[in-house]
Design a protein around this ligand. Structure first.
Ligand code: ADP
Ligand code: MG
Ligand code: MG
Length: 230
């Protein structure tokens, strides 16, 4: 029931085909890492799953019990709260976060993500990029999603924050889709990897290693590699 099915899904923008014939059944608990060069269509693919992008061909079916949370690349969830202080935003959160049988309040969750209490009185717009990303992750987790979609989550994060986020994601029990160029993150928190390349969504049985080999081959022979993918 909490399956997302992409059936022959494709996306074109202004007649330009970005993704085609994507067949992907996302099963509950699946943990997938997605790689691909800039502009390949990774965010578009995540948008299809999240429902923020409509397919221009094929279909996307979302199970009735699917609750998608999408941590987007541009931190859009925070747009509405830029002028508010972190403390006020936390005070409005009703839910708690349960991890390993332990219930964390929003403030405890932020602390676990490496947030300092001195930052609670800072307006969101004055937070650093990494702090904004933590706050966005917190707001997303408190929505109790069962499908969590992260688009390049390690952008702006320092090593401490990255480690905290990896721990959190590693123990998070739901379905996880992560687009990242961070090999360590992908290998730690996902079980399988796919690539978006030349408009196609393809499995990488050999994981990140295979992706790097594919890209090296494309760089060595760009034309024949692109033709070979068609
Ligand atoms: P990635 O996340 O892999 O870097 P994107 O999915 O963001 O790639 O974008 C894929 C291509 O589609 C890019 O060329 C981008 O400029 C284009 N694109 C993305 N969104 C839109 C849109 N809403 N309208 C027109 N073109 C878009
Ligand atoms: Mg699958
Ligand atoms: Mg992107």
């Amino acid at each position: 029931k909490d399956v997302v099915d992409l059936l022959d899904a494709g996306v074109s923008y202004d007649g330009r085909e970005i993704l085609r014939d994507v067949e992907w059944r996302i099963a509950p608990g699946e943990r997938t890492g997605i790689l691909g060069p800039n502009g390949a269509g990774k965010s578009t693919l995540l948008g299809l799953v999240a429902g923020t992008v409509e397919p221009t061909s094929g279909r996307v079916k979302r199970g009735k019990t699917v609750r998608v949370a999408y941590l987007d690349q541009r931190l859009a969830e925070l747009d509405a709260v830029m002028d508010r202080r972190v403390r006020e935003i936390l005070a409005e959160q009703r839910s708690t976060y349960v991890s390993g049988g332990k219930e964390l309040t929003p403030a405890q969750l932020l602390e676990r993500l490496g947030f300092r209490s001195s930052e609670l009185s800072t307006p969101v717009k004055d937070l650093s990029g990494g702090q904004k990303r933590r706050l966005q992750l917190l707001l997303v987790l408190l929505n109790e999603p069962n499908v969590l979609i992260l688009d390049e989550p390690s952008n702006d994060l320092d090593t401490d924050m990255l480690a905290a986020m990896e721990d959190l994601l590693d123990s998070w029990p739901g379905t996880l889709l992560v687009v990242s160029h961070d090999r360590y993150l992908l290998e730690r928190v996902t079980d399988q990897q796919y690539a978006v390349l030349d408009g196609r969504f393809r499995h990488l049985p050999g994981g990140v290693e295979e992706y790097l080999r594919l890209r090296a081959a494309q760089a060595a022979a760009p034309r024949s590699a692109a033709e070979g993918a068609r």
